[in-house]
Write a protein that binds this ligand. Structure first.
Ligand code: HEC
Length: 457
């Protein structure tokens, strides 16, 4: 409430200052201020055109107390960033969801801007970033209470919450990693319905990412082994629902191995805790199929990952499944030199190779898991080959490259490279596979008459 109140105050109280900034901006850029809007027909203004785009697509992170470095709520806050905003949205680096317009385009929690919204920002910046008519400003957004669990309204309170051990983050300094191992406290196998991760309110601006892996007791060694990635948090995506036809098992006596990446932001955060919540399907839930999240490797020719100084490299992985499967999500993984990864399906019957997903301009600042819409998730018949291809760029052109003079090999240090993808797979049977196909065809034939226009395609 307090935050919203301040928001309103700034909107209405900033008229004079904003108008002054506007005058300076226009006089500094007379040529573009005259040509761009005229060419496009109508003038693009902050109040009418840009504020709604920022509200919908940026303010979720760019507001006080969230992960982004600056707030983008008011004209005063936004104006100094105009050029940088244009550069970032044109390069499709912001919002952070680097997924190409190739292959499957229907994804859950897709943060990408439509081409129209990108053009609105471009035209606005090119015409001197005018404020426009104050009466056009949309009401400030009431953000949901960030302290609430993502699925609280849908599913009620979580069944289990697994917090990190407390961590005190200093006010100043560089990256910090916090990797405590915490028992879940569930003594029998359960089917997960949903998962969500929540940093504390005070720690939120510092907790850039929080990943969690599932560890289970290993009979052979008598100790724990890491089974799979459970969840991956980066603001903007806070949870995942397991499709109702699948059971993703939380095994009995499991532990969570946390990996929280903090970045100090000027204030000490005492005893910070990030939480992971599970909602379960009822005990005895008979899901038809097993869903799992596993690491799928890619290798270089010869088996070794090795990238020459100022060189490039490509890796590939080929994976087949004995039964038909549905791929529910795709998350490339690499370090500073991975620049892109694609997923394709090779159908052995026809020899057809189909592009499913392509992530170019990849950055290890954002380990996004791309979750396909239920009706778009790729289906592989038994024996089809999932072809993963990774591209590495060790040249100076790669903006994220810390040192192009280095040889880079495989390894787990940030300076080494990795080549794999985290993929969620639902393992179907022939009948289930056919049923999904038939269901999709029926839906498709119903919707062809209405033809929904997807702006993003
Ligand atoms: C999921 C959270 C998230 C969303 C959504 C998001 N940003 Fe960001 N943004 C960040 C974070 C975190 C950073 C700083 C780290 C980075 O660059 O990855 C950042 C950095 C930036 C920067 C560069 C700041 C600098 O220091 O140079 C700009 C400009 C920017 N964002 C604009 C936008 C715009 C415009 C939108 C909406 C169209 C947007 N962002 C949406 C999280 C987000």
């Amino acid at each position: 409430m307090i935050r919203n109140h301040i928001g309103v105050g700034v909107w209405s109280g900033s008229v004079t200052a904003a108008a002054a900034v506007l005058l300076v901006a226009i006089s500094a850029q007379p040529a573009s201020a005259q040509t761009a809007p005229a060419a496009a027909g109508t003038a693009v203004t902050f109040a009418k055109d840009v504020a709604p785009v920022l509200q919908k697509n940026c303010q979720g992170c760019h507001r006080p107390g969230d992960v982004a470095p600056m707030s983008l709520r008011t004209y005063e806050e936004v104006r100094p960033w105009a050029r940088s905003i244009k550069a970032k949205v044109v390069a499709r680096e912001m919002p952070p969801y680097r997924y190409d317009k190739i292959g499957i385009q229907h994804l859950k929690d897709d943060l990408r801007l439509s081409e129209r919204d990108v053009q609105t920002i471009v035209r606005w910046v090119d015409s001197g970033a005018p404020l426009g008519n104050l009466a056009d400003l949309p009401a400030p957004i009431q953000f949901p209470d960030t302290n609430k669990w993502t699925y609280a309204e849908q599913f009620g309170p979580p069944d289990v919450i697994v917090p990190t051990k407390p961590y005190t983050l200093p006010a100043q300094g560089q990256d910090r990693w916090w990797r405590p191992i915490v028992p879940v406290g569930v003594l029998e196998d359960r089917c997960i319905k949903a998962m969500a991760v929540k940093p504390s309110l005070k720690g939120r601006p510092a907790a850039h990412h929080a990943n969690s892996d599932l560890m289970v007791p290993d009979e052979k060694s008598g100790s724990y082994i890491t089974l799979e990635r459970v969840s991956e948090y980066a603001s903007g995506k806070t949870g995942e629902i397991v499709p109702p036809d699948g059971c993703r098992t939380l095994p009995a006596n499991a532990m969570i191995r946390w990996d929280v990446h903090y970045w100090p932001y000027g204030e000490e955060v005492k005893d910070d805790v990030v939480e992971l919540a599970f909602w379960f399907y009822p005990k005895g839930h008979q899901a038809k199929y097993k869903q799992d999240l596993k690491l799928y490797t890619l290798l270089m020719k010869g088996g070794e990952l090795e990238i020459a100084p100022h060189g490039t490299a490509m890796t590939q992985g080929f994976h087949t499944f004995k039964t038909p499967v549905r791929i529910d999500s795709f998350q490339p993984h690499g370090h500073a030199r991975l620049s892109g990864m694609t997923a394709e399906i090779l159908y052995p019957d026809t020899g057809k190779l189909e592009m499913v997903s392509s992530v170019s301009n990849w950055t290890n600042a954002w380990h996004t898991s791309h979750v396909y819409d239920d009706d778009s998730a790729p289906l592989l018949p038994a024996g089809a080959v999932l072809v993963l291809t990774g591209y590495y760029d060790n040249t100076a052109k790669n903006k994220g490259n810390p040192d192009p003079d280095q040889w880079v090999g495989g390894g787990s240090r940030t300076s080494d490279e990795m080549s794999h993808a985290w993929i969620t797979v639902t393992h179907l049977d022939d009948a289930g596979y056919k049923q999904i196909l038939v269901g999709r065809e029926a839906k498709a034939s119903k919707t062809t008459t209405t033809t929904p226009q997807d702006q993003k395609q």
